[in-house]
Ligand binder design. Structure first.
Ligand SMILES: NC(=O)c1ccc[n+]([C@@H]2O[C@H](COP(=O)([O-])OP(=O)(O)OC[C@H]3O[C@@H](n4cnc5c(N)ncnc54)[C@H](O)[C@@H]3O)[C@@H](O)[C@H]2O)c1
Length: 430
């Protein structure tokens, strides 16, 4: 049976356990009609799931299901109607959502090249933002995203949902209290069996797809039949590869547990070994990050073999001078503690899912209090920056030396990849 946390279980356990993320007073506040939050959800594959989740939260109304793919917008609107009895408006153009003064917050689950530009436009239209990971396609626009959240004073959270899982928060607290001594190394990994994306052909976009709006900020390229949907993840023009995709989750937890911010050195090895096709990004990729104070983080992504580590396809192992702690390994939402000989000393199980993270976001919006977020957007950006730097190291074939705030030093080719070119007229500005 899945140990996914549904909304009622979360509310029940949070209230019974007195979790910091939810008290009785805030639960009552959430019920008040004055505290209704109106959201628009954009990008309706991952976003369709988020739309259903937001719709299930008390006093949260999903007013728009927006996707440049008309079929996806209509399907999502119907799915939300099944839950609430009210269908959101199915729209293709994000401006319909951003221009509506009744909308308090937007949920952005479009492709990665849209994340930071759309977040900034949404804030300029007065909206709070829940943006999927990775929160930006390149470091420059991630910095702009953080600046925008300060400039416009909005609640902005990335979809790094593990930051709100109660048992993982507990595991982090144990690390801080020294349960495995001084933590000096974290290893995180992801394994999958993804297929080939083949060789695409230039065609006309299907009628139900507005390709101009799909491209948005990215410089124009002809429509190819193996990019939309999903495969853009594996092309640098729009995506960030497995490192920015699933890597961001593990790297975020690793950085959190190590208690580090910006790296001083970043290295990458790997390649596209499995298939000969249109994919730019590696299918086998190992990144290492050294931090000030003698701490190292390693991420391994193996996209074409599910072996994983220790029987688990996803995990983060922390190494301390008195033992190790493995998060989200075999039990996903929990953690295990081992001594230096690798003998298990303790095992804690925990629920998984998006509910607590969404709840945390909605409460912060209700209170207009970005500092109530479990992971404020600057933390999301720092965790996104790491795989982006790893990708730059991969693309230049050189290890990077980084200075203040992760800025690349003494490597003009690598520094040139700090930002991207935009389609004229689409440059994000704060
Ligand atoms: N937090 C998580 O656990 C999690 C899980 C899955 C995906 N994601 C993230 O969600 C994002 C989307 O991934 P996906 O797998 O759903 O990709 P996808 O390509 O399947 O879906 C993206 C959707 O966005 C739509 N879209 C594109 N431009 C748009 C625009 N201007 N306005 C509205 N809709 C637009 C597309 O038509 C498509 O339906 C990615 O960044 C991914 O990393 C996060």
């Amino acid at each position: 049976m899945s140990n996914a946390l549904n909304r009622r279980q979360f509310f029940g356990s949070a209230i019974a356990g007195g979790a910091a993320t939810l008290g009785l007073a805030s639960a009552a506040r959430a019920q008040s009609p004055n505290n209704r939050i109106v959201v628009g959800v954009l990008g309706l594959s991952r976003g369709a799931r988020l739309a259903r989740e937001f719709a299930e939260h008390d006093n949260c109304v999903v007013k728009y299901a927006c996707d440049i793919d008309r079929n996806r917008a209509e399907d999502c609107a119907a799915a939300v109607e099944e839950i609430t009895g009210d269908a959101p408006e199915a729209v293709q153009d994000y401006r319909r959502v951003f221009d509506d003064d009744e909308v308090d917050a937007v949920v952005l689950a479009m492709p990665a090249h849209w994340h930071a530009p759309a977040s900034i436009l949404a804030m300029q239209a007065g909206k709070h933002v829940y943006v999927e990971k990775p929160c930006c396609h390149n470091p420059h626009e991630g910095e702009l995203l953080v600046d925008a959240s300060r400039e416009y004073g909005k609640v902005v959270q990335m979809g790094n949902q593990r930051r709100s899982w109660p048992e993982i928060r507990g595991g982090m607290q144990r690390l801080r209290e020294g349960v495995i001594g001084n933590v000096y190394y974290a290893r995180c990994w992801y394994a999958n069996t993804r297929g080939s994306i083949g060789h695409g052909e230039e065609t006309e976009p299907p009628d139900h797809i507005d390709y101009e709006l799909w491209q948005g900020p990215a410089p124009r390229r002809p429509y190819r039949d193996n990019v939309v949907h999903y495969n853009w993840h594996w092309m640098w023009h729009w995506g960030t590869g497995e490192s920015g995709n699933n890597g961001t989750h593990g790297i975020d937890v690793g950085r959190w547990g190590l208690g580090v911010d910006y790296p001083v050195r970043v290295s990458s090895v790997g390649g596209r070994y499995f298939y000969d096709d249109d994919q730019d990004t590696p299918d086998t990729h190992v990144l290492t990050f050294d931090f000030p104070g003698g701490k190292t983080l390693m991420w391994e992504g193996v996209s074409c073999n599910r072996l994983g580590v220790g029987g688990s396809r996803w995990g983060v192992a922390f190494f301390g001078d008195e033992g190790s702690l493995v998060i989200d390994g075999p039990r996903r939402g929990g953690y295990d503690i081992f001594d230096l000989e690798g003998r298990e000393e303790e095992s804690v199980d925990g629920p998984v899912g998006d509910t607590p993270h969404i709840h945390n976001f909605l409460e912060a919006v209700r209170n207009d209090a970005p500092d109530e977020l479990n992971s404020e957007i600057e933390e999301g950006y720092k965790s996104t920056l790491l795989p982006l730097l790893g990708n730059i190291a991969h693309r230049t074939g050189r290890s990077l030396t980084c200075g203040e705030k992760g800025r690349i030093e003494d490597d003009a080719d690598a520094e040139a990849l700090w930002a991207r070119e935009y389609e004229p007229g689409w440059e994000p500005e704060v």
